[in-house]
Ligand binder design. Sequence first.
Ligand code: OGA
Ligand code: MN
Length: 214
Amino acid sequence: MPLDLTPKIIDQLLDSLVEKGWFEWPNAVTDELCLNLLTEVEKHDSEGELQRAGIGRGKALQLNKEVRQDSIYWLNGKSSIQQTYLKQMAEIQFQLNRALFLGLLEYESHFALYKEGGFYKKHLDSFRGHANRVVTTVLYLNPNWQDEWGGELVIYNEKSTETLATITPQMGKLVIFMSEEIPHEVLPTKQPRVSVTGWFRCNASIAGNIDPAL
Ligand code: OGA
Ligand code: MN
C-alpha cells in the first residue's frame, strides 16, 4: 500500500517544514509494511548483522557510548520490503523537490535498534554549510508502544534549550525534519526500540569524498 499522500497531508507536511522545520505524521505507513520491516531487522539482529552506530563517517568515525547507544543496519534495497519502503520515501522526495526546490538527489537510510537503556544525546544530523544531509526521516516500527517505556524523540528549539515536542516512537509514525536546523535527542528507552532513519541529501559527495569529515 502506498503512502496516503493526499493533497491535504502534502500541504500540512510542506507548511510545517517551512514554518517549524519539522513534521510529525502518525500512521503515515501501514502496519503491514512496518511489521514486515520489523521482521527484517529482527532477522538481521538475530544473525549478528547489526553494527554499533558511531558518530561521523569514514576516518572520522568514532564509537562514543556516552553520546549514542544504538545498533544499525544500512538499507541496501535488496529485499522487496525495503523496496516498498524506499518507493514511499521517493514519493516524499519528489514532493519536497517539487514544492520547496530542495534539490534532493539521494536517500540513505538505516534500521536502528536501541536496546533497553539505549539513547542518543542531543545532536544535529548535519552541519550548516556542509550541505550533505538536508532532510531527515524517522519511521518507527514499535507496535503498542507504552508511554512509560520512555524512548521519546525530543525536538528542541534551534536557538535555545526550549523543548518543542516530545514524540513517542509509535509504529507507523513518520517524523520529518530539516537536518541542519533541528536539534533532537532520543531519551533512554526501557524496551527495545526500532526505527528506520533516513536522510535526503542534495549531493552524493564533495570532491568525490562521500560525507567528508565534518
Ligand atoms: C538519528 C536519530 C531519532 C530517533 O538516528 O540520528 O536522531 O527517534 N534518530 O530514532
Ligand atoms: Mn539524529
